[in-house]
Design a protein around this ligand. Structure first.
Ligand SMILES: [Zn+2]
Ligand SMILES: [Zn+2]
Length: 323
């Protein structure tokens, strides 16, 4: 399923099976998660420099060719995340911040992704997946899970945690946060009873609309919804010293707000991409929690429908493409 231009639907195209270059693996795709970033790519809010491009950056696949020793004759299962390549040389790469690499290439944006039957990936960015997870259930861990995990790390020891936008990332993070003894306050679109009920089922202590004030002041909040108007709302819900983390790659403009909302050492920051360390840590943590992902599966030719359903909030949890 190929992205050709901003505003155009993905198109089913027959392409040759890609060939792995040095250091790359050829994967047969078993599942590929759908992410809000895919909508930003479709809409041109995040640019694809060289279309056509196959989207999809939460790839679960088995290694069928490439530079890899076949140890037991079994095709090894791996996951491929958004971060697809880094230079290893820039100031960010050399200081443990490869998520900020100035030459980074991203899966499903700069490198063909997983909304396809086959994909090629740099072996250094392919991760073993916990065996407890079937393919479909593993896919959402690879972006919703990994970037959610990185965002949670920016919340420090926050005990009362607000999550704005209760989609794929929040449903994973709620389970992780609870296992760490945190309280989760879930904020959804006003009146979205399905999402609020889902949050409570997963163990949130409170769920309500984004405009509502939570019953307690929050120590931190993560905003996954791409709405800048949520930033001042989340700041107002914070206790002194609290942090608002913006977890998405794109957000509408943030309205101005009084300095008093930021006063008392409150912080607003973003989280960008992920590092391989985030991936290793989260993929080890998920089965220990254990995180259970709720997925809606779509065929490859239904990728456009999956994206539409994500845009309209027609499912809870995560959408996964199964070629
Ligand atoms: Zn993503
Ligand atoms: Zn770099």
């Amino acid at each position: 399923m190929v992205f050709e231009a901003v505003g155009a639907p993905l198109r089913a195209v027959e392409l040759p099976v890609p060939q792995p270059g040095p250091g790359q693996l050829l994967l047969r795709v078993h599942a590929c998660g759908v992410c809000r970033t895919d909508l930003h790519l479709l809409d041109g809010e995040v640019e694809i420099a060289e279309p056509p491009r196959i989207l999809g950056h939460q790839i679960v696949g088995s290694v069928i060719a490439g530079e890899e020793e076949a140890t037991d004759g079994q095709a090894r299962r791996v996951g491929v995340p958004w971060l697809g390549w880094t230079c290893g040389e820039c100031v960010y790469c050399r200081s443990g911040r490869e998520n900020l690499c100035i030459r980074a290439r991203f899966t499903g944006r700069d490198i063909d992704g997983g909304m396809a039957e086959y994909a090629v990936a740099d072996a250094r960015y392919c991760f073993p997946l916990p065996s407890e997870y079937p393919d479909e259930q593993a896919a959402p861990l690879l972006c919703a899970g990994l970037i959610g995990y990185r965002a949670l790390g920016m919340c420090g020891e926050a005990r009362r945690l607000g999550l704005y936008g209760f989609g794929a990332a929040a449903h994973i993070l709620t389970q992780v946060a609870r296992s760490q003894g945190r309280e989760v306050y879930a904020f959804t679109r006003a009146g979205d009873e399905a999402a609020q009920g889902f949050a409570m089922e997963l163990g949130a202590v409170w769920a309500g609309g984004s405009e509502e004030a939570p019953p307690e002041e929050l120590d931190a909040a993560i905003i996954f919804a791409p709405a800048g108007a949520l930033v001042p709302l989340a700041l107002r819900a914070l206790a002194p010293g609290g942090t608002v983390v913006c977890g998405g790659i794109h957000m509408s403009d943030i309205p101005s707000f009084p300095y008093s909302s930021l006063w008392e050492e409150r912080t607003v920051r973003s989280v960008a991409n992920l590092t391989r360390r985030d991936a290793r840590e989260m993929l080890a943590l998920a089965p220990r929690v254990p995180v259970r992902t709720k997925v809606s599966a779509y065929g490859l030719d239904e990728a456009g429908t999956a994206l539409d359903d994500l845009r309209s909030g027609r499912f809870t949890g995560a959408a996964v493409i199964v070629p």
